[in-house]
Ligand binder design. Structure first.
Ligand SMILES: NC(=O)c1ccc[n+]([C@@H]2O[C@H](COP(=O)([O-])OP(=O)(O)OC[C@H]3O[C@@H](n4cnc5c(N)ncnc54)[C@H](OP(=O)(O)O)[C@@H]3O)[C@@H](O)[C@H]2O)c1
Length: 317
């Protein structure tokens, strides 16, 4: 797997990340270890977690994904080779939705303990907090950096103006601010009034902003919960449109012609875009991972990419 740049930081990270949201809860320990081992075997080293994963699964409290990564790191003895992501800011159990300094600091301590590491490589503000002055939030992230508890900071589920506000506030102090953005993004286009609650989309506006500011872009939920491979399933609600019917047909054409899984085509399309987008790929079995990581043996031609990029104006006229 190739490396890619973490924005303007000079750090190199894997071009595909492993989503660990359900590892240690929905996915049992053995399968979770097998999935991480498989991912590492492909050359990947970017593990994406968060403090609250996966508190919404009955019988769990949050923190299970981080604890599982901690146990895996210990067993494999390879902390040095792994780039760990965690996040703070969404509510779970007694923790409110907040980017207050005290929450950021105390949640980071808990994450470090669960991961059983001294440093989190990239620590995300999981969602913007309208209640807390952004200066306080950025000060908390800078404090954690100074203490060596995190190396880099990122923003997730932010609007462009919020990211600008955050980085301006950091830059005025001579701090680096957020070097990465993680938003919801996939091949199909959500309809105009699609509402995913707190999950914010990678819009053309924020993408342009990130290019201009040299902020790295990561995409979560790139496989639409596994929908692309399920040929007999209807398109999920907020993606139902004539354009998406056509896009899906084209995607599956390419998958069939290359004899690979449709998910691998989605990932290849994402990786070959400019700017390059780092997909955070989840799976609940090693078999799924194998299908998804067929992407590593694919290079789409320009013609195939053009075919996949349906021109909406031409299509509807
Ligand atoms: N920053 C944020 O706010 C945010 C939000 C959400 C997620 N994330 C991160 O992004 C990662 C991925 O998110 P996501 O789980 O929503 O991603 P996704 O790409 O939409 O879906 C992944 C799911 O698709 C199914 N799948 C994957 N490969 C498949 C295959 N080959 N065949 C059939 N089904 C397949 C599996 O579901 P089944 O278990 O049903 O088989 C898998 O758990 C998470 O783990 C997390 O790290 C971040």
């Amino acid at each position: 797997m190739k490396d890619t740049e973490l924005g303007h930081t000079g750090e190199l990270i894997s071009s595909i990340g492993l989503g660990t949201m359900y590892l240690g809860t929905k996915v049992d320990e053995k399968t979770s270890f097998d999935i991480i081992d498989y991912y590492i075997g492909t050359g990947g080293r970017l593990l994406d977690s968060a403090n609250k994963y996966a508190s919404w699964i009955p019988g769990f409290n949050g923190g299970e994904s981080e604890s599982l990564i901690g146990r895996w790191l210990k067993k494999r003895g390879n902390r040095q080779g792994i780039f760990i992501i965690s996040k703070v800011g969404f509510p779970y159990r007694a923790i409110p939705r907040s980017l207050k300094k005290e929450i950021i600091i105390s949640e980071c301590e808990k994450s470090l303990k669960r991961l059983d590491v001294e440093t989190i490589d990239l620590y995300f503000a999981h969602a913007y907090d309208t209640e807390t002055p952004i200066e306080e939030t950025m000060d908390a992230f800078q404090n954690l950096k100074k203490q060596g508890k995190i190396r880099f900071a990122g923003a997730s589920n932010f609007y462009a103006w919020q990211l600008l506000e955050a980085n301006n506030s950091a830059n005025i102090q001579g701090w680096e601010g957020f070097s990465c953005l993680q938003q919801r993004h996939t091949y199909l286009e959500p309809t105009l009034h699609a509402d995913f609650g707190s999950q914010l989309l990678l819009t053309p506006e924020i993408q342009d902003f990130c290019i201009k500011q040299k902020i790295c872009i990561m995409a979560y939920s790139p496989l639409l919960g596994g929908f692309y491979g399920k040929y007999n399933h209807a398109i999920p609600g907020y993606y139902k449109s004539m354009v998406n019917d056509l896009k899906l047909e084209k995607l599956r054409d390419i998958a069939d012609s290359l004899n690979i899984h449709a998910n691998a085509v989605v990932l290849a399309w994402m990786l070959q875009r400019s700017p390059q987008i780092i997909p955070i790929v989840g799976g609940s079995t090693v078999a799924q991972m194998r299908e998804n990581f067929q992407v590593l043996s694919v290079r789409l031609t320009e013609k195939q990419i053009e075919y996949l990029n349906v021109n909406i104006v031409n299509t509807d006229s």
